[in-house]
Write a protein that binds this ligand. Structure first.
Ligand code: NAD
Length: 261
């Protein structure tokens, strides 16, 4: 019998992945209490793509770089599982990536490890990124043995690596907190504001008149529902005291075949 979650706090739950995380935790039986912590409220969602009733989900406005706001939400929601999926969008400056992905992640971990929360918060699942192992060259058949490059490609990747390390270093600390990190690649699916809209924008501005490379680039796109499902599986496995091979680990999340384009 898999372990059951009583209350999940989805940090960044108003985002693209966040809404699908809500949807997938909602389908769990027994269904946990579902709480969102985000700097912005969740968007209105099409019932064609999401099955949850928005009235069943509690939204808590807060910034992860503010420890008092985290304490207030942790006390109100009593999560046994935290899923940390918050991050600034692509294309922002270095400072904001460090503030949210590094300092904010450290603040979540520090507050979760305060003695007051030892008996409540049992697990943290961190949404990392497959880009943490990307060094600018094609990676074929990449797996978790691939090293993080010594020189990060950009500030986003640098801070996702640091965020992942902070969360994984907290595994086993405090009252026996369990943590893991999931590394999905480019996400697509309902609610996408970056990938397909970005490609369409390139088309509309005639950007396809120019070609970079030999038209043989390799990229891994992952369906958003699969990524959300992976987070639910990771959370359940972390709570399951019988399973020891998830805690403290990072996992690449992908569909079962690469996409060539
Ligand atoms: P998104 O921008 O749609 O969602 C991120 C959410 O985090 C937003 O709702 C935002 O308001 C919230 N947030 C930002 N700063 C915050 C703060 N200081 N405090 C609280 N909430 C804050 O992004 P997404 O595409 O859903 O990405 C979700 C996660 O997946 C991120 O951690 C991202 O790094 C990771 N990821 C995304 C992709 C992708 O292709 N989109 C690929 C790999 C990994």
């Amino acid at each position: 019998m898999p372990a059951s979650i009583s209350s999940v706090l989805i940090i960044g739950g108003s985002g693209f992945l966040g809404c699908h995380l809500v949807d997938h935790f909602y389908k769990l039986a027994p269904r946990p209490e579902i709480h969102i912590l985000d700097i912005r409220p969740p968007p209105a969602l099409s019932p064609n793509f999401y099955s949850f009733n928005a009235d069943d989900i509690s939204f808590h406005k807060g910034d992860i770089s503010d420890p008092d706001s985290l304490r207030t939400v942790f006390r109100a929601t009593k999560p046994d599982v935290i899923v940390h999926s918050a991050s600034p969008v692509h294309g922002m400056g270095k400072d904001i990536y460090f503030k949210v992905n590094v300092d904010g992640t450290q603040t979540i971990v520090d507050v979760a490890l305060e003695e007051e929360f030892w008996t409540t918060i049992k697990a943290i699942v961190y949404t990392s990124s497959a880009s943490v192992i990307y060094d600018g060259s094609d990676l074929r058949n990449a797996d978790e043995t691939f090293e993080v490059p010594k020189v990060p490609l950009d500030a986003y990747n640098e801070t996702k690596v640091l965020g992942e390390r902070i969360v994984l270093a907290a595994n086993g600390m405090g009252g026996g907190l369990k943590t893991c990190a999931l590394r999905p690649s480019g996400l697509f699916g309902p609610g996408d504001r970056q990938l397909v809209p970005g490609m369409l924008a390139v088309l509309k501005t005639n950007g396809t008149l120019f070609q970079l490379g030999d038209n043989n680039n390799l990229f891994d796109f992952t369906y958003i529902g699969n990524v959300a499902h992976a987070h639910v599986l990771a959370a359940v496995k972390l709570l399951d005291s019988e399973v020891s091979n998830v805690a403290g680990e990072a996992f690449l999340i992908t569909n079962d075949a690469p996409v060539y384009f």
